[in-house]
Write a protein that binds this ligand. Structure first.
Ligand SMILES: [Zn+2]
Length: 119
C-alpha cells in the first residue's frame, strides 16, 4: 500500500448536494477531493440525496482541507441559525430553510424578489 495514495476523511456530508458543494470549494483551493459513498447511492436513484457521502482528500492536503471544511460548516451553521418566519397567508410559523409554508404552501414573503420574475 503506497502512503502517497492515502486519503483521509475530512467531512461526512448529509447528502450528495452538500458533498458536491464542498468538493467544489476544495477544488477551487487546488485540492482533489473524492466522494465516497456516492457511487453506491446511484442504485437508489431519486433517493440518493438521503444517503451520507464521505469526502476524502489526499493526506498531504488534510490541514488545508480541514480549514475549508471548518469555514463551510460555519457558513452552514449561519444558515441554520436564521430566524424562522410566519406565513403571511395563514400565520403558521415556518423554519428558516422552508421556502414556502408547510401548512398552506404560500411562498415566503421575504423571497418575493425572486418570485417577481414570473410576472
Ligand atoms: Zn401558510
Amino acid at each position: 500500500m503506497s502512503d502517497s495514495a492515502r486519503t483521509v476523511r475530512v467531512y461526512k456530508a448529509a447528502h450528495a448536494i452538500e458533498a458536491h458543494l464542498l468538493r467544489g470549494l476544495l477544488e477551487q483551493a487546488g485540492i482533489e477531493a473524492y466522494l465516497v459513498g456516492e457511487h453506491q447511492n446511484r442504485a437508489y436513484g431519486a433517493f440518493s440525496h438521503l444517503f451520507a457521502v464521505e469526502i476524502r482528500v489526499p493526506a498531504c492536503d488534510e490541514t488545508e482541507a480541514r480549514e475549508i471544511v471548518a469555514r463551510f460548516e460555519a457558513d452552514s451553521a449561519e444558515t441554520v441559525a436564521r430566524p424562522g418566519w410566519n406565513c403571511a397567508s395563514c400565520g403558521e410559523s415556518n423554519a428558516a430553510s422552508f421556502e414556502s409554508c408547510w401548512n398552506c404552501g404560500a411562498v415566503r414573503a421575504a423571497d418575493r424578489g425572486a418570485g417577481d420574475e414570473f410576472r
